[in-house]
Design a protein around this ligand. Structure first.
Ligand code: MOS
Length: 689
């Protein structure tokens, strides 16, 4: 690095695409001006299980503007995809309510929507089963849970430890179905150029979408060009190709014109993957001094008839606390429901509700401060793998966070603080998220004017990835950030991993670092670096980010209304590459955690076989009025064992401990322990008087 250049990494650089976004110049998938484009609308199944026998288009309502009505009876045949949800309009089987069963393509959006509304579907309906229960007769154990963890782990003798323990907690926590609601719903414009396909598509992984959509049309990934310049949020729901991309391409092929398919928000609730509801039984056994002797955490979840997705709900429990006797497990039920998928911190977010609320219950049983209980069970090495930690500042997060939050002032007795009509309580919970990196390739070119072009097929889903990669490249090249131009969001750029698992900056930054170093070393004007070999040498366990979440809640003594007056997160996440974008990730995750604790729930009607709430009027996500004070801070940490930047992932850890901290604070405020999220006033009211 040249002596005159201050490091860019670590500075709060504003988003490079910020001006384009706030002036409306930034283009999202559905906004590209594509000539001759026509519009598609999806017809969704009105039943949860059965067969679609015929589709009838009433000639009296048929509109000249309608170009095609596609269903399994007339749609072109597709190659069998790895993901059965992408085999759209290929089978008479209906696997869930809301499944795409037909597609209308029309000259105008209005004509497409109108025709989809009046279409006749002849369906043979079959009895369905959509209700998850812990004693479901078809419950089974999957081999693995997402992405490739063993479903069960066991060590020691849990039953014996329970029989012998003087203090025990045996509780069941439930989390509801949750739905990804990015500001920008999923959208695709599909354009065929001969046998090559161009997709303007909103997703978290352009090369992955190119591969998956190409495969169903029998095309190699190179023949599919996916353009994903800007994305208005994803949270996992855009991590792989969704049916909209295939439907748009199918429609475009049939009508011979570009087709735009922008999903209405209602369709997101069944078509893009939700978070499974969970039923978690958690048992903790301890000595009277708080030393844990056994941890047993088992989750029951659902998957679909089409595809097995098993959320890794109890995997975080394998990393948190020492105990000689342990069991974690997952049980699944195949229901006539959409396939659950990734939603911000799949596994950790629901699983840490169970573990961290149960720890709070145990602390109360023991008469011990909940932070002290965690301190007494800090492991020296990873509890299940035995691998040493590359860095772990969990206790520092708890202690420093407690100091900043004012934990010492807390009277440990529940329902001990009243301010006017409010019961006030404080809660704490721990957080962890694995530190991951995936192979990626980056290219850097030195231009004659002294500028540098960096290219990698990454995506910025609103996190600030483009900005951070610019900072990383500037430091490695020893130039100011304004001499670096980063191109991302295009599948034809050097191959990059998914914007998921909080691994984007680590994975792409690693490749960008390698390419810049290679450029300087070689003295050439272009360098390409593929990180595969270096990334694969990394130890898999022992590398986590940690955090401690603190909440102050107020509960109205008469109405049971819950307000979160303060939410604070203290993190240890390696080197923070950009404090401004990092803070946004933390407080965004914490806000989403507040939604999980208090608001969000897919409300199932088992008779209809679907969730009854399908929009933001009835599925409540937090809005500004729900947020009073939400703040994040972090400890100094720089872990070069994890990647060349010394950074850990930050996109997901904010949602991990926040819900449990809030639930624990509600308990402290009111004396009421709600074990069934979300904590709504109807669950508090009967016990408030
Ligand atoms: Mo995140 S659920 O890994 O996109």
């Amino acid at each position: 690095m040249t002596a005159t250049t201050a490091p860019a990494v670590g500075s709060p650089l504003g988003r490079i695409e910020g001006p384009a976004k706030v002036t409306g110049a930034a283009r999202y998938a559905a906004e590209y001006p594509v000539e001759d484009v026509v519009h598609a609308w999806v017809v969704q199944s009105p039943v949860a299980r059965g067969t679609l026998d015929a589709v009838i288009v009433d000639p009296t309502t048929e509109d000249d503007d309608v170009l095609a009505v596609l269903w399994h009876g007339n749609a072109p045949r597709l190659e069998q995809p790895d993901d059965p949800e992408l085999a759209v309009l290929q089978s008479e089987r209906i696997s869930y309510r809301g499944q795409a069963v037909a597609l209308v393509v029309a000259r105008t959006l209005e004509a497409a929507r109108r025709a989809a509304q009046v279409i006749g579907l002849e369906i043979t309906e079959e009895p369905h089963d959509t209700l998850l229960t812990a004693d479901h007769p078809e419950i089974y154990s999957p081999e693995q849970v997402n992405p490739a963890f063993p479903a069960d782990t066991r060590s020691g003798d849990v039953e014996q430890a329970f029989a012998a323990a003087p203090v025990k907690v045996d509780v069941t926590y439930r989390t509801p179905a949750l739905h990804n609601n990015p500001m920008e719903p999923h959208a695709t414009i599909a354009v065929w150029q001969g046998d090559d396909l161009v997709l303007y598509d909103s997703n978290q992984h352009p090369p992955g979408v190119a591969g998956a959509v190409g495969a169903v049309f029998g095309l190699p990934a190179e023949r599919v060009h996916v353009i994903t310049e800007h994305v208005g949020g994803g949270f996992g729901s855009k991590g792989s190709a969704r049916p909209n991309a295939v439907l748009a391409a199918l429609g475009a092929r049939v009508v011979g014109r570009p087709v735009k398919l922008a999903l209405p928000r209602q369709a997101l609730f069944s078509m893009v993957g939700h978070r499974t509801p969970t039923i978690q039984r958690i048992r903790l056994a301890a000595e009277r001094d708080g030393t844990l002797t056994a941890i047993d955490h088992e989750a029951v979840e659902h998957t679909s008839r089409l595809f097995e997705f098993a959320e890794q709900t109890t995997v975080a429990t394998r990393h948190m606390y020492a105990a000689a006797n342990r069991h974690t497990g997952h049980r699944l039920v195949r229901l006539d429901m959409p396939t659950p998928r990734w939603m911000r911190a799949p596994g950790e977010a629901p699983g840490m509700v169970g573990l961290e609320c149960a720890m709070d219950e145990l602390a109360e049983e023991l008469g011990l401060d909940p932070i002290e209980l965690r301190i007494r069970n800090e492991p020296r090495v990873e509890p299940e793998s035995g691998v040493p930690f590359s860095s772990r500042q969990y206790l520092q997060c708890l202690r420093e966070g407690a100091e900043r939050f004012g934990w010492a002032d807390r009277d440990p007795r529940p329902r001990s603080r009243r301010e006017g009509n409010w019961w006030v309580g404080l809660g704490v919970a721990g957080a962890t998220y694995p530190t991951m990196a995936q192979p990626s390739t980056a290219r850097v070119r030195a231009r004659p004017d002294g500028r540098y072009d960096v290219a990698v097929a990454a995506t910025d889903i609103g996190t600030g990835a483009r900005t951070i990669l610019t900072q990383i490249a500037a430091d490695e090249l020893g130039v100011p950030v304004d001499r670096v131009r980063v191109r991302i969001g295009d599948s034809t750029l050097p191959k990059a991993s998914v914007a998921g698992g909080s691994s984007g900056s680590a994975s792409w930054g690693w490749a960008v670092t390698g390419a810049c170093r290679e450029l300087r070393r070689s003295g050439n004007d272009e360098a390409v670096y593929d990180s595969t070999e270096e990334v694969q040498q990394q130890e898999k366990d022992g590398k986590h980010a940690y955090g401690a979440h603190f909440a102050e809640v107020r509960v109205d003594a008469d109405t049971g209304e819950v307000r979160v007056s303060r939410l604070f997160g203290m993190y240890a996440v390696g080197r923070v590459l950009n404090p401004r974008t990092a803070r946004s990730q933390f407080i965004g995750g914490m806000t989403m955690g507040l939604g999980m604790a208090l608001h969000e729930e897919g409300v199932l009607d088992p008779a209809m076989g679907d969730w009854v709430n399908h929009d933001l009027a009835e599925y409540h996500v937090p809005v500004h009025a729900d947020i009073e004070s939400v703040e994040a801070a972090w400890l100094s940490e720089d872990d070069r064992a994890v990647n060349p930047m010394g950074s850990k992932g930050i996109g997901e850890i904010g949602i991990v401990g926040s819900p449990a901290a809030i639930v624990n604070a509600v308990r402290h405020a009111t004396g009421i322990r709600v074990r069934d999220l979300p904590v709504r006033l109807d669950k508090l009211l009967p016990y408030l008087a």
